[in-house]
Design a protein around this ligand. Structure first.
Ligand SMILES: *Cc1c(COP(=O)(O)O)cnc(C)c1O
Length: 394
């Protein structure tokens, strides 16, 4: 027998390289912020989810430090044994109050939140999912025994068809991202809710990119559309605008108590360290006073998107601080991203299979921490690269 060897993995890595899809993580020196340093170069970055600059906020850092001093570095257990400390309970009560729901249940990340919340689904259920939903939803659904159906992105006719086909046979759950991470567009939640009510279906919205961004004080897409009491499951993340890490389900108390017994990441993985829970709690409290900062985020986003459109770029369906610039083929997209880096701007290229083969894009994410000068600098550099590569006529 030949010796076992990982040599075989190189074939796939070489294929990725040829397609311009091979990329190891950039290592940054220092903290998250609008300007970051790598390889001794300072770059303007347009790729973080640090929408409000909360990762470095003094109140949040202080809460984390105090929690470490008082409660230690780790929680010591899963939630269902000795890993639910006061701070976890307090965070959940704060989140439920913030979201205006009966209850909230916290998980270690947004990813595990979806995995956990979707364990709600069984053989008697049908899940109907937007084709562009996040990977954690797709994987979470795969782990269930529910029947699955997909509807084309935001296509309400197709969604209705799926509901009609079901004809009340199974309990139906409609699942959508609140804000889609690749195009930066917003789910048509009012239409989804109407269809759900017409067919007696549940609505599940994942507000990872809407938490701290959409709605009053960043309460999310349900609040943005005034749909309180009509969305059954609201997932939020504590990792993006909230600036720490974690996720939660906000909804009915019975749902929370059910998930406590069934959600495997809750049952079999250690709870958030005290510093994380305390920092999340401080961040949610801060959000309640942060409308001016959220307004600034939107002002920046609208300024940046409008400037790009004026220059002639295709920003796809963007209507949030996520602003893609459509380029096309994977290799062209990677090249654009690389040239932009030479000009001092870091914006992540996103290519097939994350998006369609001809829909490669440089995805820009604007934050409240960017200044207008930063954004103007970015637009100027993007235009320069676009003229050099022929994306825009020089
Ligand atoms: C980022 C994201 C997640 C994962 O959240 P983490 O807290 O980073 O694990 C889940 N769902 C959606 C829609 C996301 O965009």
């Amino acid at each position: 027998m030949p010796k076992a060897s990982f040599e075989y993995l190189n074939g796939e890595l070489e294929r990725l390289q040829q397609k311009g899809m091979y990329r190891l993580p950039t290592v940054w020196s220092g903290a998250s912020g609008p300007w970051m340093e790598t390889d001794g170069r300072k770059l303007l970055q347009l790729s973080s989810n640090n929408y409000l600059g909360f990762t470095g906020h003094p109140d949040i850092k202080k809460a984390a430090i105090e929690a470490i001093e008082k409660l230690g570095a780790g929680s010591g257990s899963v939630r269902t044994i000795t890993g639910t400390l006061d701070i976890h309970d307090e965070l959940e009560r704060e989140l439920a109050d913030f979201k205006g729901t009966e209850a909230a249940l916290v998980f270690q990340s947004g990813f595990t939140t979806n995995q956990g919340a979707l364990s709600l689904l069984g053989t008697d259920d049908l899940v109907i999912s937007d084709e562009l939903n996040h990977a954690s939803i797709i994987d979470g659904i795969r782990l269930t025994k529910a029947e699955r159906a997909i509807f084309a992105h935001k296509d309400m006719d197709q969604l209705e068809l799926r509901l009609k086909e079901n004809d009340g046979r199974k309990r139906a759950f409609i699942i959508t991202d609140g804000v889609f991470s690749m195009d930066g567009d917003i789910a048509p939640l009012p239409e989804i809710v109407e269809l759900a009510e017409k067919y007696g279906a549940f609505v599940y919205v994942d507000d990872a990119h809407a938490s701290g961004v959409l709605g009053r004080n960043g309460k999310g897409s349900t609040d943005h559309f005034g749909l309180h009491g009509r969305v059954h499951i609201q997932v939020g993340t504590l990792s993006k605008a909230v600036g720490v890490v974690g996720g939660y389900v906000a909804g009915a108390d019975v749902l929370k108590r059910y998930l406590i017994h069934k959600a495997r990441p809750f049952l079999f993985s250690t709870s958030q360290p005290p510093a994380v829970a305390a920092a999340c709690l401080a961040a949610i409290r801060l959000l309640r006073r942060s409308q001016p900062l959220i307004d600034r985020l939107w002002d920046n986003a609208n300024f940046f998107r409008t400037r790009l459109q004026e220059e002639g770029f295709d920003t796809a369906g963007s209507e949030t601080p996520i602003v893609p610039i459509l380029i096309g083929a994977p290799d062209k997209t990677a090249e654009f991203s690389r040239l932009l880096l030479e000009e001092g701007v870091y914006a992540q290229g996103i290519v097939y299979p994350t998006v369609a083969m001809d829909k490669g894009r440089v995805r820009c994410i604007v934050t409240a921490a960017h200044t207008k000068d930063d954004l103007t600098f970015a637009v100027d550099r993007i235009v320069a690269v676009a003229k050099r590569t022929g994306l825009l006529k020089g």
